[in-house]
Structures are given as structure tokens and as C-alpha cells.
Design a protein around this ligand. Structure first.
Ligand code: 3PG
Length: 387
């Protein structure tokens, strides 16, 4: 895939696909991580005198204009972070947008409206992709977080313009390729979150490369002998167990848990061995013995990949396990964290700055690590004028 560095951009109109799918609260951007992550590419283009046209989705408006999902709050945050004016149009294509682009000078920035206001975006409609391409001379994709979606602004447009990867996309691919290639060992994978069935692909792929797999979070319940988890979850857990044995990977599941029991006498917090959980008790965290074991295992690692909090970290005291894991991950020589929840957990534990890499992708990261080809990356590789 060609790099933005290899394009001659001065005086050119460059359409940049970014992933500004950020959480909003009260009409403002609640977490600007993804916007910050795109700044190097945007600044680079501005400094070289390109006309910069930014396109992003926000949320899932399903082809309709949803007022709360307009990109105006994103434009305001971007302007503040860049220290440059950012114009915003209420549309993505058409004569009005083309006129706005024509009025821009070198180094100026225009943010298009949420591309998912058009049903043609997710349908990857070639005429919509062509209309986007008409705005620009070159296409740069820096939207790693949505690289697993074959949409008009991620895949379609690359057929009509010379295309390249931005700095964020390049770095994400390099770091994640490193995990699939020859990670420094021991390589330890920590997985949490809700459903093990959703993660079979990525866990299988990583197990073929890892020395240990540590499982926490809601998904861990599927591994317990008298598990009340749904059949599909228990089935998935059995598959993981079988594969771990085949790969010779050490698999650690929780030996104890913490949670809460709501009864007539009120709320009672409990900690118990995983073979002696209180009846009717809700599991909300790994227990202290599991946290200590996980911490030791991570402490011996040269490379760690962590996806998914191991407990309900937004509700103390059930953040204890995730905080212990986060601190251990951050102390590893190479640490890669994927998924918005996990990044938030690392920030809540105060260790985000110590991590080697926080991926801006959720689904994209897991698909890539599962060994799937990301359609947006494939589109760059085969775009007009690509090597
Ligand atoms: C994400 O947040 O994972 C990406 O922006 C993709 O969003 P989507 O899952 O709505 O396609």
C-alpha cells in the first residue's frame, strides 16, 4: 500500500477518509482520541499546501439525516486541536459542495457531513463514490477504525482516484502486523468483554502465535464447569479449550470472582472461588487470586495484546481486576491495546500513556488480527496508480 508521503500533494485537492466516529455527550465530543489520532495526516497535508477535504461517519444513522449525528461538534473539536479553521458543509456531494471546495485555498480544510446520511455510503454505491471522487484529485485513507467496512468512502472511492494510506492507518497496520508476524516472546493475550463466540476468529489466530491466553470478563463464565452461559457460548469456550490444547498455549480462566448479590437485606458484595459462586449472585469482576495470577503471567511477557475489560470497570469496586490487569499490561516491554472500551479502561487506570500502542479500531482490529483482509486496505492496494 502506498503511503501519503509518496504522493505529491501541493496544490492538490485531497479527500481524506477519517474515522471521527466519536462518543458525543450533550452535543459535544466526549472523547477526542480518534480526532487526535488523525491530526498528523491532516497537519502534514495542510503544511504541504494541499486542499484538505475530510469525510467521516458518525454513529449508525442508516442512510437518514439524524440531527444529533451531524458532524458540527466534531468540526469544533478538530478546529481547536489543530489550531486552524475548519469549514463544515451540511452535505457530502453535489454542486454546492463542489463550489465550497473550489473556494478553498492551499492548506484549508473542509469537513463534509456524516457520510452515513446517504444510504449509498454503506451500499458502496459506485455513483456515490464517483460523486465523492469528483471533489478531489487524490484520496488518502486514514480511517483504520472503519477499514473492515466496504463502504463508498472507504473502498468505492479508491477506484476513481490515486489513493494512499495516511499515517494513522500505516501505523495501525505496522503494529498489528507485528503481532501476527514475530512478536517478542513470551507473547501473552488478555481477552475480556462479553461474548467468546464473537471472538473465536481472533482468539484462534492469536493462539497460534501466543504463549498464554488469559480470559476474564463476562465471557469467562462460559468456561466454568457448571456454567449457566448460553449453549453457543459454552460451545465456543469448548472450541477455545480444544484449540489451546492443540497449540500448546497456556489458557488461564478465572479461579475466583467478585460480584454483588441483591437480596431482601440489600446489596451484598462477595468474593468467591469460581467453583463456589453464591446462588443468584451476579459476577462483575475477576477475583483477587485471578488478578494476581494474571498479573504474574503478564509480568513475564515481552509482548502483550489486551482486548476487553475483565470486569465492570466503570462501577467500583468492580474495576479492581481491570486496574490490576491494566497496570501489568502497561509495564510490559511491548503492549498493544485494542477496542474503545479497553482504551477507556486503560485511561481510567491512569496507564494509557505507558502503553506502546492503543489501536483506534474495535471491529477492524479484531478482524485484522483474525487474519482477515480489510476491504479498505485491499482497495488501496489495487487503486488507480497504486504500486
Ligand atoms: C467503530 O467505531 O468501530 C468504527 O467507527 C466503525 O463503526 P461501525 O461499527 O458503526 O461500522
Amino acid at each position: 500500500v502506498r503511503s501519503v508521503r509518496e504522493l505529491s500533494v501541493t496544490g492538490k485537492r485531497v479527500l481524506v477518509r477519517v474515522d471521527f466516529n466519536v462518543p458525543l455527550a450533550g452535543g459535544t465530543v466526549a472523547d477526542d482520541t480518534r480526532i487526535r489520532a488523525a491530526l498528523p495526516t491532516i497537519s502534514y497535508l495542510c503544511e504541504r499546501g494541499a486542499v484538505v477535504i475530510l469525510a467521516s461517519h458518525l454513529g449508525r444513522p442508516k442512510g437518514r439525516r439524524v440531527e444529533e449525528l451531524r458532524l458540527d461538534p466534531v468540526a469544533a473539536t478538530l478546529e481547536r486541536l489543530l489550531g486552524r479553521p475548519v469549514r463544515k458543509v451540511n452535505d457530502c456531494v453535489g454542486a454546492h459542495v463542489e463550489a465550497q471546495v473550489a473556494a478553498l485555498g492551499p492548506g484549508e480544510i473542509l469537513l463534509l457531513e456524516n457520510v452515513r446520511f446517504y444510504p449509498e455510503e454503506e451500499a458502496n454505491d459506485p455513483s456515490f463514490a464517483r460523486a465523492l471522487a469528483r471533489l478531489a484529485d487524490l484520496f488518502v485513507n486514514d480511517a483504520f477504525g472503519v477499514a473492515h467496512r466496504a463502504n463508498a468512502s472507504t473502498v468505492g472511492v479508491a477506484a476513481f482516484l490515486p489513493a494512499a494510506a495516511g499515517f494513522l492507518l500505516e501505523r495501525e497496520l505496522a503494529v498489528l502486523e507485528g503481532l501476527l508476524g514475530a512478536p517478542a516472546r513470551p507473547f501473552v493475550v488478555v481477552a475480556g468483554g462479553a461474548k467468546v463466540a464473537d471472538k473465536i476468529g481472533v482468539l484462534s489466530s492469536l493462539m497460534a502465535r501466543a504463549d498464554a491466553l488469559l480470559i476474564g470478563g463476562k465471557m469467562a463464565a462460559a468456561f466454568w464447569s457448571d456454567s449457566a452461559a448460553p449453549a453457543a457460548e459454552r460451545q465456543a469456550a469448548q472450541e477455545i479449550l480444544a484449540r489451546a490444547a492443540a497449540c500448546g498455549v497456556r489458557l488461564l480462566t478465572p479461579v475466583d470472582a467478585a460480584g454483588v448479590l441483591n437480596s431482601g437485606e440489600g446489596r451484598r458484595f462477595w468474593t468467591a472461588g469460581s467453583d463456589a459462586l453464591p446462588a443468584g449472585g451476579e459476577v462483575l469482576d475477576i477475583g483477587p487470586e485471578t488478578a494476581a495470577r494474571f498479573s504474574r503471567e503478564i509480568g513475564a511477557a515481552a509482548t502483550v495484546f489486551w482486548n476487553g475489560p475483565v470486569g465492570k470497570f466503570e462501577e467500583p469496586p468492580f474495576d479492581a481486576g481491570t486496574k490490576t490487569v491494566a497496570r501489568a499490561v502497561a509495564a510490559a516491554p511491548a503492549s498493544v491495546v485494542g477496542g474503545g472500551d479497553t482504551a477507556a479502561a486503560a485511561r481510567a487506570a491512569g496507564v494509557a500513556a505507558a502503553l506502546s500502542h492503543i489501536s483506534t479500531g474495535g471491529g477492524a482490529t479484531l478482524k485484522f488480527l483474525a487474519g482477515e483482509v480489510l476491504p479498505a486496505v485491499a482497495a488501496l492496494a489495487s487503486s488507480a496508480g497504486a504500486r
